[in-house]
Design a protein around this ligand. Structure first.
Ligand SMILES: Cc1cc2nc3c(=O)[nH]c(=O)nc-3n(C[C@H](O)[C@H](O)[C@H](O)COP(=O)(O)O)c2cc1C
Length: 600
């Protein structure tokens, strides 16, 4: 099923019981976030939310529309995301036709491919029912959200940002935009992304950077804006393929760009080459704030919209939230092309706790020595996969369906002396663990069976004899600040000894030395956290993937210590360490008190 626009997707969600209309008055400052966050954390992502009565806005706000596998699959014209991946796979498997029959059999495929290409419509586009130019431009009409307490302002969070390269080829990317005032916003394209590339090419050649931003298009276009398409390939072709019909475009009114005609809102404008402004902080999808930094500025020359436009927004934060399902779609859609480049890959999995750039688990069919390392290198050399901090390689794809089994497999299999590869390279802008931004250490873990020609693993060196309390008592007698200890997977070959500490400004090194001095390194793999609930496995994994810089924070010698604490100057970490996102207690209690009225 293809949707012509966002509103037909909303209608379909409602028909399927997948939408909750919130009729009570709500504030777009924090309150919509708290409501959406609660919804996102319900089993299977709860329902999409349409806030019909938003303080200070005449437009309704839609959140959590992509917030489940079912809804994202529906958005991409399918019943489940595996099926979306299968369609891409079928397309790529197409073979050279040899007989007349084979040629004839290809005709429907060729016809459907022709439908992928966008078409420009004549006549007045729905997205231009209202046109505001010059002094009439006022971004204040958009119900942009302030999502989290420390956010630097209100942000447009689901924009499809259109730019062109020097040859006029279109790029569509999703980059959040902080609303600065009536006519300007931030343009938060990370340096690794194609929007930033087009911008820097323009700056070098002195070409004006025109930008159009579609907010609320048919959901296949909204997804395509987030998809890591190879440079130079138009995301609208992907959207056309997914929806099975061309995206209809309209010419913008003040810039030489085209946008989906059925968009709810369109912003048109330009980005000056020499202007930057402080953008952020912003409560990000890592579950931490991304820190304020200098970014280019979009000057808006026109706002056009549908008369009764729906404003879509997403709220990101500690997973699971809506963006997890967009990422899951990408995992499925881009697996077939990835397998063309790295054919031994059977499957991949980006667990939510890894917030996409922190860990990718890869299952391969291994045939020869060193192959797991080859796959790691391929991943780190491949488009946005290159941003992955950790690559874990296994050779049983069923492990990727069950995080607990996967972890157990790693603990039972990995020889920390020979299966762990440290390297360095590019890191996601949102990585806060590395001492320097944008680059740093990376970890590869080979948990595949040994192939002929590979050295045998050393036998396990761990032997757990103590309880968590016993370990805690011993740690306390060798140092201060140990708050708690729990042993996870005690019968694994490498049990996990989870320790919470109160660093109180002291360096992690002090605690590592105390662990070492306790003589307990042979009990298992130690993982250190700042005082946390050690029974919450998802919280622990999320913190570990976010907070560990592999080179600095994983010590492998007489034993293994992983330091997942917050780092500061005492640890030699000169960069600011971001806070975890937490909602203000007054907003939490306000929403709690209104639960019944809000329909939660
Ligand atoms: C909700 C959401 C918000 C995003 N915000 C940003 C952002 O602010 N900056 C950025 O560079 N990427 C952001 N991304 C990721 C990009 O959209 C994604 O990497 C995309 O493939 C970039 O496209 P490009 O390579 O064509 O530039 C976001 C993704 C989602 C789902």
């Amino acid at each position: 099923m293809a949707f012509d626009d966002l509103r037909s997707f909303v209608s379909e969600l409602e028909r399927r019981g997948e939408l909750l209309r919130v009729r009570s008055l709500v504030s777009r400052d924090l309150e919509i976030t708290e409501i959406t966050d609660r919804m996102s954390k319900l089993p299977n992502g709860g329902r999409a939310l349409l806030f019909e009565n938003v303080e200070g806005s005449r437009f309704p706000v839609l959140t959590n529309a992509f917030g489940s596998e079912r809804r994202t699959a529906l958005a991409l014209g399918s019943t489940d995301l595996e099926a979306v991946g299968d369609r891409v796979s079928d397309l790529l498997r197409t073979e050279m036709p040899r007989t007349l029959g084979q040629k004839a059999a290809l005709a429907p495929m060729a016809m459907s491919l022709l439908k992928c290409f966008p078409k420009t419509s004549r006549g007045r586009a729905p997205c231009q029912e209202v046109v505001l130019k010059g002094d009439d431009v006022d971004l204040g009409i958009l119900p942009a959200l302030k999502s989290w307490p420390q956010d630097g302002g209100r942000f447009i969070t689901l924009p499809a940002v259109f730019t062109k390269d020097a040859d006029g080829k279109r790029n569509v990317g999703m980059y959040r935009m902080q609303v600065f005032d009536k006519t300007t916003t931030g343009m938060h394209w990370h340096v690794h992304k194609d929007g930033a590339l087009n911008f820097s090419d323009d700056r070098r050649s002195g070409r004006r950077t025109e930008v159009a931003v579609a907010i609320g298009c048919d959901p296949a276009v909204m997804y395509a804006a987030t998809a890591p398409m190879p440079q130079g390939l138009d995301e609208l072709i992907l959207a056309g393929f997914l929806r099975g019909s061309p995206v209809r475009l309209a010419k913008c009114v003040t810039v030489d760009m085209e946008v989906p005609a059925a968009s709810e809102f369109v912003l048109e404008g330009y980005v000056d080459h020499d202007e930057t402004r402080l953008e952020g902080p912003f409560g990000d999808h890592t579950g931490y704030y991304s820190l304020a930094d200098m970014y280019p500025v979009l000057h808006v020359t026109a706002v056009t919209h549908r008369r009764d436009a729906i404003y879509p927004a997403t709220v990101v934060g500690r997973p699971p939230m809506e963006d997890c399902y967009l990422a899951k779609a990408t995992e499925r859609v881009f697996l077939p092309p990835l397998r063309m480049l790295v054919p031994e890959i059977d499957d991949i999995w980006m667990p939510w706790e890894g917030v996409f750039h922190n860990i990718v688990a890869v299952a391969i069919s291994k045939r020869y020595p060193g192959q797991a390392r080859k796959v790691m290198s391929s991943m780190w050399g491949n488009n946005q996969m290159s941003l992955a901090k950790m690559v874990l390689v296994v050779d049983d794809a069923s492990l990727l369906k069950d995080g607990r089994r996967l972890l157990r497999h790693v603990l039972d299999t990995v020889d920390f002396a020979s299966d762990v590869t440290l390297t360095d390279g590019v890191l996601d802008v949102l990585d806060h663990s590395a001492p320097a931004p944008l680059r740093g250490s990376k970890l590869g873990v080979d948990a595949t069976a040994r192939a002929a020609g590979e050295d045998a693993r050393r036998r396990p060196r761990f032997k757990l004899t103590m309880s968590g309390q016993g370990v805690l008592d011993a740690l306390r007698s060798s140092g201060d600040g140990f708050l708690g200890c729990r042993v996870a997977m005690p019968d694994a070959k490498a049990p996990l000894i989870l320790v919470s500490v109160d660093k109180g400004g002291a360096p992690s090194q002090r605690f590592k030395e105390a662990i070492r001095a306790s003589g307990l390194l042979d009990q298992g793999v130690f993982v250190m956290y700042d005082g946390v609930d050690l029974s919450d496995g998802r919280l622990l994994l999320w913190k570990m993937f976010n907070n560990v810089d592999p080179e600095r924070d994983i010590t492998i010698d007489d034993g293994v210590i992983i330091d997942a604490t917050r780092k500061g100057l005492a640890d030699g970490h000169a960069r600011e360490w971001p806070d975890e996102i937490v909602m203000s207690p007054d907003i939490v209690s306000r929403v709690e008190a209104r639960r019944g009225e809000l329909g939660l």
